[in-house]
Design a protein around this ligand. Sequence first.
Ligand SMILES: [Zn+2]
Length: 295
Amino acid sequence: MRLAIGGVSLDRVVESEMPTLDPFEIYPDARAADIESNLSWLAPRFYDPRSRLLILAFQGFVLRTRGKTVLVDTCVGDCKPRRRALFNDQRWGWLDRLDAAGFAPEDIDVVVCTHFHVDHVGWNTRLVDGRWVPTFPKARYLFAQAEWDYWWSEQGRPARERAGDYVLDSVLPVVEAGLVDFIEMDRAITDEVRCLPAAGHTPGLLCIDIRSGGERAILASDVLHTPLQCRFPHWSTRSCADPDHSRRTRLAFLEAWADSGVLVLPAHFPSPSAGTIERDRDAYRFRYAGEADAF
Ligand SMILES: [Zn+2]
C-alpha cells in the first residue's frame, strides 16, 4: 500500500500480521474485564477470540523523499536464532515483498531503526555463507547514540540477552562494516523527514515526522502497540525499558496529536496501520484513514 504525504511517498512492507501476543503478557495492567468489556470492537480485527491473542503487524516503512529512499525499521528477519518461537529461525521472505513494492536492497539509501528491539532490526543483516552481512550495502544506517549506549549498559545488556542476542547478529555487523552514523534523536534526514525523540519504551526510541506540501504524518514506532492503549493510555508494556517514562511519553504523544488531523502510523497496528487520534472522554480512539468507525 502506497500513501502520499505531500511529495513524500510511503510504502508499508509487512513481514507478518496475525494473532501473536497474549494481552496479559504484553500489558501487566490489563485485567480480564478490560478485554471482555471491549471485545465488541477488539474482535476480530485486533483480537482473535479463539487463540485469545492480539493481532499485531510487523512491518517496515519505505519513504521516498527528495530523491532518497529511506527504510524505517527492518522487522524480525530470516534465520535469526531467537528465544521466542514467533521470531526464531523464520523464513518470512520479506525481501521479496520489498522487491514487489519496487525496491531492491541496493536502492535503499538510508536505514533508520526506531529502536533496538528484536522486531525492528532483523533485516539489517542477512545470512550469507554462514556470516551476517548488511542487507542494504549502499545505505547509511542511522542509529540513535542513546539507543546504542543503552543496549551495552548494565541494564540493557541482560534484556537483549534474554531475547536471544539480536544486537550481536543484527546491529553489530553493520557497525563493523562502517555503515552506521550514530545520531542525535532530532536528526533531520531530509527537509521533509526528521527524527522525533520519544524515549520511554526504550531510551533512544525515535518517531519519524514527515512534513511535506502542507501534509503531515508520524511513524509512531512503539509509542503505542495496539489500539487498546488509546482506551487505556496508562498501559505500558512488559518490554518497556522504563514503564513510567513510556507512559509519560505515550500520554504526551496522544495529547499532542489528538484531534489534530495528523496521520499517525504505529508500527504494530493491523493494516492499514494509518489513522488519526481522537479524544474520547478521558481517553482516546484511533480512526483508520478513510473509515467511519473509530476504535
Ligand atoms: Zn516493536
